[in-house]
Design a protein around this ligand. Structure first.
Ligand SMILES: [Zn+2]
Length: 411
């Protein structure tokens, strides 16, 4: 879990989930071994959670079941088969089929296998027809590890955010995907929506809805000192840059210097978005594989930039799956091609109001003097640059930016 070092509460929350699941599993109480199957004929299942009355219901195949214990996923529908992975208690999985033994064929974390029907509960069979694809938050709303306020808070979702719905609990809470996290929100503070995955923002200009220009820098700085001097210059001159480092970049600086670039940038009022872990063209990857590139050691937040700006339906699927919005750019300096400071500065300085300008941390635009020139040139044309973050009230000194970007960036 080293990659969580220095991250915010958001990342620690995710870390906590992982550790908790691991600890429970290592305690050795995996369900299912030698368990009796539910009595009755195929197509008749025992509803867990109604144990005292042992309710029997005849039913069609449920679309989802939820594990009521840490449960082994196996290669076939009995304990005679090999274990693929252990599914944590409380996980909702998609049902693909049911064996005559009663066991369910399910998909989980990229695996397809079988689980005992004795340790799952059916996620209400009426749910699929009424489950909304998305909901929108009507308040700043806590995302929790389970469907009640008794569970840990993973993140707070800003009011007005649209999130993808994965399931609904019996008490009405929604299981949703947001900013790379999966958790639960109260149904009392959301409204159903037909919109797409959150947060809704123009693809090329993202959450900047102002006339100020956003200077964005991808990939990885050449040195730690070039990074710290540039973000310090930006903060000291009231510029709010958007940085999109890769997960491999973050890992490299963490291992070499023990620093978290994302945290350093946020401390200077700068915005940090996802840029994948290893910078592949995501298009040849499956939705699941691409989604994996959007998690891991990469930046965990609600906006991300696909490497090379390469987008197709599968890539969109991946961003939807992790609850992240795509933010590309509206003006490209081609700094990586010219490797020229003067050309890069000139191209960035030609930005129109509201533009998102693409540059890279390893090239000539990412330096105090380049920022100075770009800001001055834009000002001469009456165009402003996105300002550093000054807290939610916009007053006072430069403040640490939140991990999750607001749906409207306070440029
Ligand atoms: Zn890149």
């Amino acid at each position: 879990m080293l990659w969580h070092w220095g991250q915010s509460n958001l990342a620690w929350g995710a870390c906590g989930i992982f550790l908790a699941a691991g600890l429970v599993i290592s305690a050795g109480s995996i369900a299912e071994t030698g368990a009796p199957h539910a009595p009755g004929s195929p197509g008749v299942i025992q509803v867990q959670g109604a144990a005292s009355t042992s309710v029997m219901v005849a039913t069609a195949l449920p679309s989802k079941v939820k594990t009521t214990a840490n449960l082994n996923l196996r290669t076939g529908p009995s304990t005679a088969y090999r274990i693929l992975v252990t599914i944590p208690q409380g996980t909702t999985v998609n049902v693909l089929a049911q064996a005559s033994t009663g066991w369910y064929k399910v998909s989980y974390a990229g695996y397809i296998g079988w689980v005992s029907n004795s340790y799952v509960s059916i996620v209400s069979s009426s749910t699929p027809s009424t489950l909304p694809a998305t909901v929108r938050t009507t308040a700043n709303l806590n995302l929790r590890t389970g469907p009640s306020t008794a569970y840990w808070i993973l993140a707070t979702i800003p009011q007005g955010t649209t999130v993808k719905v994965l399931a609904r609990a019996a008490n009405g809470w929604y299981k949703v995907s947001y900013a790379g996290l999966t958790g639960w929100v109260s149904n009392a503070y959301v409204t159903t929506s037909t919109g797409t995955s959150a947060p809704s923002a123009p693809q090329s200009t993202g959450p900047n809805r102002t006339s100020r220009v956003v200077l964005t820098f991808d990939d990885c700085p050449r040195t730690l000192s070039s990074f710290t001097s540039t973000i310090k210059y930006a903060a000291d001159h009231n510029m709010g840059l958007v940085l999109a480092p890769t997960g491999n970049c973050l890992s490299s600086f963490r291992s070499r210097y023990g620093v978290d670039l994302a945290s350093l940038a946020r401390a200077k009022g700068q915005w940090v978005i996802n840029h994948s872990v290893s910078h592949p063209d995501l298009r040849p990857l499956s939705c699941s594989a691409a989604a994996a590139e959007l998690g891991g050691s990469g930046v965990h937040t609600n906006f991300g930039r696909p490497p090379y700006g390469a987008i197709d339906a599968s890539v969109r699927c991946a961003y939807d799956r992790v609850g992240m919005a795509i933010w590309t750019w509206s003006r490209d300096t081609l700094d990586w091609s010219t490797k020229s400071k003067s050309i890069t500065v000139a191209r960035a300085s030609a930005a129109r109001p509201g533009d998102t300008v693409l540059m890279h941390m390893q090239w000539q635009g990412f330096a105090p003097d380049s920022l100075r020139q770009i800001k001055a040139n834009l000002a001469n044309r009456g165009v402003g640059v996105c300002r550093a973050y000054h807290g939610s009230d916009g007053a006072g000194a430069v403040a640490r930016t939140p991990v999750l970007l607001p749906s409207s960036l306070p440029c």
